[in-house]
Design a protein around this ligand. Structure first.
Ligand code: URP
Ligand code: ZN
Ligand code: ZN
Length: 467
């Protein structure tokens, strides 16, 4: 199978030029002007951008969060929706059971993904406990299994929280292996105390999710994670950073030269805590952690993205249906499953709110949505760029087309969830054709992909690469 894309404006994190691109089998083999080649399939990309497929390094597909409660997109529906949104690679999170083996968790996640995923995928390992005897599992994961990143939580004391000793132990080993630790950094111990106080005072509605998670508790978690990583001599990546106070900790540490990286997510760039004042139970749609923040934080995050204090934009896609799943917390907000959908919306939202709004240029758009994650997570240059020899993961992106994000817009909503977190937002920029390893997945709103065609990607360790 070969593909020829003519006259596209090829944009990478560093380049911007008009050319033809020819891909044979799975990889890009020729880029140039007026290529004299024939292909099985040709596209005229005049007036369009040709960008590397998006890399979303933070998604939760088929994630169990409580007995009988599982995130509503599985690897088939979630990766299909990702593709419609211009993302051709995702990284999900196997979760170690407390007292269980990380290798077992990896096997479970391989079972969930294999035969279902429509795009390529990798895994980060969530560590929930780490006695000395389990440290060799980290070695196995990095050296043999292609899992070179570990996520730990200072949040959720009842489920995923680890104490500082475990944090240090994991970081120390990760540092020795050249692996990286990813941190969900909020002070869950204090937050749980604030939640108990709110419930005692009769505050049970969904808006109280946001009101019980102050920004100071995220900033403290970020500071502590960075401090422990420094002592442990490990690289650390802060996930879903949501506020100016936490960003300041990252900025300060990076300024000293420490290997600290961070992502933010579209929900923190485009939504704010006024959603928690929505009537009835509506606010449950935005129950996610960290919570949505006061609107002033958005400007600080954009500033951080421009200046590379933040390196990537991920979705933290973790959808739960409003009618069937979010309603579990009708009488008590702590029972609402945490998370929101977004895997399909990231590229258009960031293009519109970033490039069209004049906050970032088109190269930085590609870097934030694709290249930086590919580099940080050991996938570059196979993923994250357009170059001879790279996988032919490509998006022909219409920079002018406007669409409204809505659960009722069949072009914009393929996620298996009954609401959109961004309902009614109009965006400019639409992934018209999406190609994964030379196979056309989506074209003009139609699905041409195949469940199970996505491959597991073994990822190399960071190798102290700086971004
Ligand atoms: O609310 C969220 N973010 N749910 C997904 C799990 C996590 O903390 O990343
Ligand atoms: Zn998290
Ligand atoms: Zn997450």
């Amino acid at each position: 199978m070969s593909i020829l894309i003519r006259n596209g404006r090829i944009v990478t994190a560093t380049d911007d030029y008009i050319a033809d691109l020819y891909a044979e089998d799975e990889t890009i083999s020729l880029i140039g002007r007026d290529l004299k080649v024939k292909a099985d399939r040709e596209f005229d990309a005049t007036g369009r951008l040709v960008i590397p497929g998006g890399v979303d390094p933070h998604v939760h597909l088929d994630l169990p969060v409580a007995p009988g409660v599982v995130s509503s997109d599985d690897f088939e529906t979630g990766t299909r929706a990702a593709a419609f949104g211009g993302t051709t690679c995702v990284i999900d999170f196997p979760t170690q059971d407390r007292g269980g083996s990380m290798l077992d968790a990896l096997a479970t996640w391989h079972d969930k993904a294999a035969g279902r995923a429509c795009i390529d995928y990798g895994f980060h390992m969530i560590v929930t406990d780490l006695p000395e005897s389990r440290l060799p599992e980290m070695d196995r994961l990095v050296q043999d299994e292609g899992v070179s990143t570990f996520k730990l939580f200072t949040a959720y004391p009842d489920r995923l929280y680890v104490d500082d000793a475990v944090l240090y132990r994991a970081m120390r080993r990760a540092g020795q292996l050249g692996a990286m630790v990813m941190m969900h950094a909020e002070n869950g111990i204090v937050i749980d105390e604030i939640i108990r106080e709110a419930l005692r005072n009769g505050h049970t509605g969904p808006g109280w999710h946001g009101r019980t998670r102050p920004v100071e508790m995220e900033a403290e978690g970020v500071y502590r994670s960075i401090a422990i990583a420094r002592v442990a001599e490990a690289a650390v990546y802060i996930v879903h950073l949501s506020c100016a106070a936490a960003l300041e900790e990252v900025r300060r540490a990076r300024e000293t030269g420490q290997n600290v990286y961070a992502e933010t997510c579209p929900q923190y760039l485009f939504l704010d805590d006024s959603r928690y004042d929505a009537p009835d139970f509506e606010a449950a749609k935005w129950v996610m952690t960290p919570a949505l923040r006061p609107v002033a934080n958005q400007q600080a995050l954009w500033h951080g993205l421009r200046l590379n204090h933040l390196q990537a934009i991920a979705t933290d896609h973790c959808p739960f249906c409003f009618a069937d799943q979010k309603h579990a917390g009708r009488d008590n907000f702590t029972k609402i499953p945490n998370g929101a959908p977004g895997i399909e919306n990231r590229m258009s939202l960031v293009y519109n709110g970033g490039v069209v709004a004049g906050r970032i240029d088109v190269n930085r758009f590609v870097e934030l949505t694709s290249t930086a994650a590919a580099k940080l997570f050991g996938l570059f240059p196979r993923k994250g760029t357009i170059a001879v020899g790279s996988d032919a993961d490509l998006v022909i992106f219409d920079p002018e087309r406007r669409e409204t994000i809505s659960v009722n817009n069949p072009l914009m909503h393929h996620m298996r969830v009954d609401y959109s977190a961004y309902e009614g937002m109009e965006v400019q920029g639409y992934p018209e054709t999406v190609i994964s390893r030379g196979r056309v997945l989506c074209h003009a709103g139609q699905w041409h992909g195949e469940s199970g065609a996505g491959r597991f990607l073994k990822r190399a360790p960071l190798g102290a690469q700086r971004s």
